[in-house]
Design a protein around this ligand. Structure first.
Ligand SMILES: CC(C)(COP(=O)(O)OP(=O)(O)OC[C@H]1O[C@@H](n2cnc3c(N)ncnc32)[C@H](O)[C@@H]1OP(=O)(O)O)[C@@H](O)C(=O)NCCC(=O)NCCS
Length: 178
């Protein structure tokens, strides 16, 4: 895709991130969850103060996938203490990777993921890891295709419903040699 650029998001773009975050989360999960739980999660996780705090955290990085001037996807990486689980302080967590439904299946997720892989490799992380809802078969297939394997599970609250996330990791081979 010639016109696609992966660019770091800046704090001034917090409203854009909020809009894209809410839209992609709704598109991905509204069909399988109650409206109440979705509403609660969106309010708790995509409000401007929370997103601003995440964007200004020096241990987190957000990237937009830009198709010309249109943001069509985004991802969030966590380093050090920003990781949502402390398996390894030098590991990198891919906390969010989302592409607009209208633009899925066009290698945009792959471009975002490749950028995550480059960053984690340059950072000399021993592995990349993530949590994915056990029923999110599409994303699990995408991660498996990219070499991730399951290594654990953890609980995740969507509104008042406790859900299970599968934890997956991708060891970064060059680091194993050091
Ligand atoms: C998962 C997601 C990021 C993938 O992005 P995408 O742009 O749709 O995927 P791509 O077009 O880049 O696909 C890359 C590769 O993964 C494969 N892939 C993508 N979706 C797949 C699926 N459902 N099953 C099997 N393989 C899949 C593609 O076939 C492609 O392989 P290829 O290069 O050999 O053709 C995207 O579908 C998405 O945003 N999903 C909803 C949000 C979500 O669930 N995010 C993860 C939360 S943990």
């Amino acid at each position: 895709m010639n016109n696609l650029l992966i660019v770091p998001a800046i704090t001034a773009e917090v409203e854009l991130l909020q809009q894209l975050g809410k839209q992609t989360f709704m598109e991905s999960f509204a069909a399988q969850n109650t409206p109440e739980n979705m509403k609660q999660y969106l309010q708790e996780s995509f409000n401007i103060p929370k997103l601003t705090a995440e964007m200004t955290n020096p241990d987190s990085e957000f990237y937009f996938a830009m198709l010309k001037t249109q943001p069509v996807g985004y991802m969030k990486l966590n380093f050090r203490s920003a990781q949502t689980e402390q398996f390894n302080s030098r590991a990198v967590e891919l906390e969010r990777i989302y592409v607009l439904q209208s633009h899925q299946g066009q290698q945009i997720g792959q471009h975002l993921f490749n950028q995550a892989l480059t960053i984690a490799s340059e950072y000399k992380a021993p592995f990349l890891w993530l949590g994915v809802w056990e029923h999110n078969t599409k994303a699990i297939a995408f991660y498996r295709k990219n070499g991730f394997f399951d290594f654990d599970k953890h609980s995740f609250m969507l509104g008042n419903e406790q859900q299970t996330d599968i934890l997956m990791r991708l060891n970064l081979p060059l680091q194993r040699l050091q």
